[in-house]
Design a protein around this ligand. Structure first.
Ligand code: ZN
Length: 429
């Protein structure tokens, strides 16, 4: 059976690139290099897959093992889509090629492995981060694509409103303590951190970073990569970097006790620190720090500003329109204590957005300046719920408030907000 005759799951998507990949696959021979005219090779096909992923603004490529195929999926605007099915006879060679790009042993392994490389996509340098995971279906590979174009976004372009931007500017001027960008995996934390770094660079401040791994290379900023195998631990890296006497230090992510301690050490020497952390919202940040064994007094001594965020799909500017709010959206809003508007924005679907009604994503933000009253509550070991309530009562808009404002302006839809909120962000209490 011809593999693309049976690829029903791919065809209904009507995506030009999915059809193209499938067409190319038909021409792949087993050889490493094309032999006859019209034939193609696995490395060439992989290159085309990366190219399509970049053109389609995919953030990740997943290669999922199935019984007869390797399913290629792109994550575009946060949603995974099947784009091609690679028949088993080419699967091992395809996976082997991807692994060889990042120096992972190409033979199937029983242990997870990861690696990264800078890949030249016809003049654009893209950072590929490849993770191989053994599963009971076979080896699964996921590839994160880091497009340097994302670095050029300003904080406003990421979705911060003027009041939130002002809080950040004030903090940048004061040059004290620690700013944490927090959110779930894939919430755009890295992009925001780099946008902040970019602002600092514009201010002619000296900035050094400690990352594991370095995700984007930034001109004018000194970046160091943690390498445990070579003895460059977070704490060693901090010691080295502090000798450079920077104004600002960025620790890529506080993901364990070692990186959190290293960050706090830097902060306690009077350096201004930027980092990111996995948490649900601003109040959740305090819990996340406590879970890393950071004491309440250490939190209050260092933490100055929390920028919590989530990504949401933007309505397609070509086909969005206002219509009566659907009953399910009304019900949802009422169930969480908000008044439902009579009219709201929706995406109809058009050629420009491939009938999805959405195009690109934007951040929802909650920016919390940790004031004296908040410090008092943290020192009393106030639980997350009470802290969240106190933050709300002090007048700081939550992620959901920000989302509702963006839905009212037609930036996104209530339906999309409902979808994103089902993953949980501090709606009530
Ligand atoms: Zn559209």
């Amino acid at each position: 059976m011809n593999h693309y005759e049976s690829s029903e799951r791919v065809r209904p998507l009507k995506m030009a690139f999915a059809r193209r990949i499938q067409e190319w696959l038909g021409k792949v021979t087993g050889a490493t290099e094309p032999k006859a005219e019209g034939e193609t090779s696995i490395p060439w096909l992989a290159h085309k897959v990366f190219q399509d992923a970049l053109d389609e603004r995919a953030t990740d490529i997943h290669l999922d093992p199935e019984r007869e195929y390797l399913c290629v999926r792109f994550r575009i605007d946060g949603i995974l889509r099947d784009v091609a099915l690679i028949p088993q006879r080419h699967a091992a060679q395809f996976l082997g090629h991807i692994k060889s790009l990042v120096d992972i042993d190409p033979t199937p392994r029983l242990k997870p492995a990861s690696g990264g490389t800078i890949y030249d996509l016809d003049g654009t340098e893209v950072h590929l981060r490849v993770t191989c995971t053994p599963t009971i279906q076979g080896e699964k590979i996921s590839i994160r694509l880091l497009d340097p174009k994302r670095l050029r976004y300003s904080l406003e372009e990421l979705g911060l409103n003027p009041a939130q931007k002002e809080l950040i500017d004030n903090w940048l001027d004061s040059m004290t303590g620690m700013i944490l960008v927090t959110g779930a995996t894939g919430s755009g934390k890295t992009t925001s951190l780099y946008a902040l770094l970019h602002e600092l660079k514009l201010l002619n401040r000296s900035v050094v970073t400690i990352e594991d791994p370095v995700e984007y290379r930034v001109e004018g900023i000194i970046q160091m990569q943690v390498n445990e195998a070579r003895g460059i631990t977070f704490s060693e890296a901090v010691k080295t970097m502090l000798r450079l006497d920077p104004d600002f230090l960025m620790v890529g992510e506080m993901r364990d006790r070692a990186s959190a301690e290293a960050a706090l050490t830097a902060s306690s020497t009077g350096k201004v620190l930027l980092s990111s952390l996995h948490s649900r919202d601003a109040a959740g940040t305090v819990t996340a720090l406590r879970n890393l064994n950071i004491e309440d007094f250490e939190i209050t001594a260092a933490l100055e500003l929390v920028v919590s965020q989530r990504l949401i799909r933007r309505l397609c500017p070509h086909c969005k329109k206002q219509c009566p709010t659907p009953p399910e959206d009304k019900q949802w809003l009422e169930s969480i204590g908000f008044d439902a508007p009579e009219q709201s924005w929706t995406g109809v679907g058009c050629d420009q957005c491939r009938e999805t009604g959405y195009h690109r994503r934007i951040g929802l933000f909650e920016v919390w300046r940790v004031d004296e009253q908040a410090n008092h509550l943290i020192l009393k070991h106030t639980d997350e719920r009470s802290l969240r309530r106190a933050i709300r009562e002090s007048g700081i808009p939550s992620l959901l408030d920000d989302g509702l404002q963006k839905a009212a302006k037609g930036v996104t839809s209530i339906k999309e907000l409902r979808r994103v909120s089902s993953y949980g962000f501090g709606i009530t209490s």
